[in-house]
Ligand binder design. Structure first.
Ligand SMILES: [Zn+2]
Length: 176
């Protein structure tokens, strides 16, 4: 028993509240101070006296650019869903033609696809850190994601370039 426990002082702890979608300081009943139950809060980051509650970045670039790779690598298999979504969007864009309905359809599909990628990237850090919070601190997690962000840009550019090449060179050459 430490001196603080013996003195009845409760140690401050923070965890990720999935309903708030941010890291919160657990209240005296282990729950979220916004009124969410303890079950919604994951992780126990010890906080010293006067320490601010650490926060995760609000946006994950790698989750936005390459969700089919980033997601499964972080145990978030929902990211793999973007592979068929991309293929679907690609086929719509390729066959849109120059009619007004075709162009409107292509713009809508592109907008919805980008909005879903944006939403995934906004939730990504909380959901990913929640899975590893018992062994990876917030600062260490943020450091690793910075590496992912740098790596994701050339990988995304390569994937995009391959898709363009396929759509604009390979398929037309085959008369498709
Ligand atoms: Zn909450």
């Amino acid at each position: 028993m430490t001196g603080e426990e013996a003195a009845g002082i409760r140690l401050r702890q923070a965890g990720y509240c999935v309903l708030c979608d941010r890291i919160v300081e657990r209240d005296s009943s282990d729950a979220c101070p916004a009124g969410h139950p303890a079950e919604a809060v994951t992780g126990r980051v010890p906080l010293g006296e006067g320490d601010p509650v650490p926060q995760l970045p609000r946006f994950n670039l790698a989750a936005f650019l390459i969700p089919p790779l980033w997601g499964p690598a972080h145990g978030l298999w929902a990211g793999a869903v973007f592979l068929p979504i991309w293929l679907f969007a690609d086929s719509i864009l390729r066959t849109a033609g120059d009619s007004v309905p075709g162009i409107i359809g292509a713009v809508v599909v592109l907008g919805v696809t980008l909005a879903m990628m944006w939403w995934f990237a906004r939730r990504a850090n909380g959901l990913a850190w929640r899975r590893v919070c018992d062994r990876v601190g917030v600062a260490e997690y943020v450091r690793r994601e910075r590496v992912w962000a740098f790596a994701s840009v050339p990988v995304a550019a390569l994937l995009f370039g391959m898709a363009l090449y396929f759509d604009l060179v390979v398929l037309p050459a085959r008369g498709l």
